[in-house]
Design a protein around this ligand. Structure first.
Ligand code: GLN
Length: 201
C-alpha cells in the first residue's frame, strides 16, 4: 500500500522518525511518503501521524495557533494511528499539569513533565514492551512520567513501576525516544501491529 505519514516538524527528531516509519512500513510491504507538518492542511491527507519530542509548550502552542490541533483531533476521531513520543506524548495527554502546555486531551493520561529528567538528564535502558519479544533499547531525555492512566488505556511498558508506553485507541504514547535507535519496532507496534486494518481513505 502507498501510505502518507505526517510528521509534526516544529521541533524534534523529524528525519529519525521518518526513517523509522519507512523501515517499519517496508517490512509490511508498504511505501511511505513523508510530509512535514508546520501548517494546517497536511494532517487531513495523512494515514499516519508522528508527534516527536522537543518542548511541549512550544509545540502545543504552535499546533493551536496554526489550526493543526483541530486536524489532529479529527485524525484520531477517524481512528487513524498516531505515535506521540516524549513532548509529543505530553501534548497529546489529557493533563500535563502545566498551564503553559495546551494539551490536545486525546490520550487519557496525566503526565509530569521532566519527572525522569530530575533524576538524570538522559539514560538508556532495555525495556520490556508488550508485543515485542525482546527488550527495546529505550532512550529517555528529560522524559515525562505518566502518572494517572484512564480506564481504556493499555500500559505497554513500565520503568521503575511507572508507565512509560501506553496505547489509547489509535494513539501510542511513549516517554522515551524510539526514533533514536535503529530499532523500528515501536513504530511498527504503533502503526502496523495494531490489530486493526489501516482505515481506507
Ligand atoms: N521535557 C520536555 C517537555 O516538557 C520533553 C523532552 C523531550 O521531548 N525530550 O516538553
Amino acid at each position: 500500500m502507498q501510505l502518507t505519514a505526517a510528521v509534526v516538524a516544529v521541533q524534534g527528531d523529524v528525519s529519525e522518525h521518518a526513517e523509522a516509519v519507512r523501515r517499519a512500513a517496508s517490512a509490511h510491504g508498504h511505501e511511505v511518503e513523508i510530509r512535514e507538518v508546520r501548517t494546517s492542511g497536511v494532517v487531513p491527507d495523512a494515514d499516519l501521524l508522528l508527534m516527536p519530542g522537543g518542548e511541549s509548550t512550544t509545540i502545543s502552542r504552535h499546533l493551536r495557533r496554526e489550526g493543526i490541533a483541530e486536524e489532529v483531533r479529527e485524525h484520531v476521531a477517524a481512528d487513524r494511528p498516531v505515535l506521540a513520543t516524549c513532548a509529543g506524548l505530553i501534548v497529546a495527554a489529557r493533563d500535563a499539569k502545566d498551564d503553559r502546555v495546551d494539551e490536545l486531551g486525546l490520550l487519557d493520561v496525566t503526565v509530569d513533565r521532566n519527572a525522569f529528567g530530575r533524576q538524570a538528564d538522559s539514560f538508556e535502558v532495555p525495556l520490556d514492551v508488550t508485543g515485542l519479544d525482546s527488550p527495546f533499547p529505550a532512550v529517555f531525555i528529560r522524559a515525562p512520567v505518566i502518572d494517572e492512566v484512564g480506564e481504556g488505556v493499555e500500559v505497554l511498558a513500565s520503568w521503575e513501576g511507572r508507565p512509560v508506553a501506553v496505547r489509547d485507541g489509535p494513539i501510542v504514547g511513549t516517554s522515551f525516544h524510539p526514533e533514536l535507535t535503529d530499532d523500528p519496532r515501536v513504530h511498527d507496534l504503533a502503526f502496523f501491529e495494531t490489530g486493526a486494518t489501516l482505515p481506507e481513505r
